[in-house]
Design a protein around this ligand. Structure first.
Ligand SMILES: NC(=O)c1ccc[n+]([C@@H]2O[C@H](COP(=O)([O-])OP(=O)(O)OC[C@H]3O[C@@H](n4cnc5c(N)ncnc54)[C@H](O)[C@@H]3O)[C@@H](O)[C@H]2O)c1
Length: 431
């Protein structure tokens, strides 16, 4: 009886050859089978890793953009309370960007006159989020809830419109700032384009449709040098990505007005300043640096010309926002269908008296009682424009817009707030 070894490896030469062939074949098959098993395992592991990584990035982007801190019975109650109207003929307004500079002031003004207000903000870290949190606390203490969420979270927006029949949307959420676009261009697309469309989609489908008033920007005038800037001037030469996204917003909102009958009012704000302002803006960072004894950089335009801005005090902007909301007219669609023509309006909201930046610094020095260390440099080509100057006659005619605060007075109020907010209270001499 052949041994097992012989069965496997018989010694007859001829057979050996043949059997050896078989055996090699078998080995090859075994080997191939184990390689393909290994290959399948490797594939499985790769697939596992890929799905883990994409899940992680989904969670990451989700937490970056949709940190969902909403939902639940208690939350719904808070939303409804915040939206409650307390005056006859009042409105209920969804204010996006409510924890932002302008959003906070507009929300407070609406609430104070008895309108219902629900805020929305994603509390991103473009600038110190603790300032946004402090504004949120201020709003909470006046009965305004700021929901933490992103414009691109369609589910959240739909839920809010399910719960509240908003008569108006005051859309102020955006990626602001001109220079930051060179660092993070996608944030402008995310908030100013995709976020805007996401919001308009929900507005157009709402029943009733709200009237939409939203913040465009004076930056749409770009390289326009015809002064003062009027709404009829060219706006097709933006000097920054920020300006381009605001201009795109004007076209996008026009489409929703045309197809779905949404009432649209676009507001071109001119350099807004004041208490609770934005730390990325020059008047704010100048104040910080002057107080800390650090130099400030002042840009100079072509031929050493000083830059000038039509600085507009926040209270005047708030009046312009409320005037726009009050005169916005109704949307004419319902549930995504247009029933008639709705208004499409654009207004400049400025101060109509531009001030040169070095003059702004002089005023700050006087209010702070500290000399600035000036570092004057040529303006880099980073999206800034040499001057802005608003023609406001359109807003004047439509809702009596009339700014009343000059830069001297407005900066005094800003400085007073700044010193108190950042704990410079024990400084003497500020009037
Ligand atoms: N302040 C000015 O001088 C000025 C000038 C022209 C136009 N504007 C426009 O006015 C509006 C308000 O400006 P501001 O100075 O109050 O700016 P801000 O940055 O203080 O306020 C904007 C708020 O929107 C929030 N936000 C941004 N993207 C969001 C998103 N995707 N989802 C939810 N929230 C989001 C931010 O967290 C921020 O709190 C903006 O649209 C801005 O572009 C401002």
């Amino acid at each position: 009886m052949p041994s097992l070894e012989e069965e496997l490896f018989p010694s007859t030469p001829g057979k050996f050859k043949i059997d050896r062939g078989h055996s090699m074949n078998r080995q090859f098959h075994r080997c191939f089978a184990s390689t393909s098993t290994m290959f399948l395992w490797a594939l499985f592991l790769i697939a596992l890793t890929v799905s883990y990584l994409s899940f992680q990035s989904f969670v990451d982007s989700g937490s970056r953009y949709f940190s969902a801190s909403w939902g639940g019975i208690q939350w719904e109650k808070q939303v409804r309370n915040s939206a409650q109207i307390h005056r006859s003929g009042g409105m209920s307004v969804l204010v996006t960007g409510a924890a932002g500079f302008v959003g906070t002031h507009v929300s407070l003004a609406l609430k104070k006159r008895g309108d219902g207000v629900v805020g929305l903000d994603n509390f991103n870290n473009y600038y110190d989020p603790s300032l946004k949190r402090a504004r949120k606390s201020l709003l909470n203490s006046h009965g305004v809830l700021v929901v933490e969420g992103d414009l691109n979270d369609g589910k959240l927006l739909a839920k809010l419109f399910d719960m509240v029949a908003f008569t108006h949307v005051m859309h102020l959420a955006a990626q602001a700032g001109v220079r930051y676009a060179m660092e993070n261009p996608n944030s402008y697309v995310h908030s100013n384009i995709a976020g805007l469309v996401s919001l308009l989609e929900v507005c157009k489908s709402a029943n009733p449709q709200p009237a939409v008033v939203w913040a465009s920007s004076s930056s749409v005038y770009g390289l326009n040098d015809k002064v003062p800037f009027s709404e009829a001037d060219r706006t097709d030469q933006p000097a920054s990505l920020y300006a381009a996204t605001k201009k795109a917003g004007e076209e996008i909102t026009h489409t929703y007005n045309h197809i779905y009958g949404l009432s649209i009012t676009g507001l071109r704000f001119f350099t807004v300043y004041g208490p609770w302002g934005r730390p990325d803006m020059a008047y704010f960072s100048f104040t910080r640096n002057i107080l800390q004894g650090k130099p400030i950089t002042i840009y100079r335009g072509k031929n050493r010309a000083d830059l000038a801005r039509d600085f507009t005090y926040i209270d005047d902007i708030v009046k312009g926002c409320l005037g726009s909301l009050d005169t916005s007219g109704k949307s004419t669609g319902t549930g995504g269908k247009k029933k008639g023509n709705a208004p499409y309006r654009i207004f400049n909201l400025g101060n109509t008296s531009p001030v040169k930046v070095p003059v702004l610094v002089n005023i700050l020095e006087r209010h702070l009682k500290v000399k600035a260390k000036r570092n004057i440099v040529d303006m880099p080509g980073n999206g800034d424009v040499p001057f802005t100057h608003a023609n406001i006659s359109h807003a004047q005619r439509e809702f009596g817009y009339k700014p009343t605060t000059d830069l001297q007075t407005g900066l005094k109020k800003f400085v007073r707030w700044y010193l108190s907010y950042y704990g410079y209270n024990n400084r003497k001499g500020l009037q």
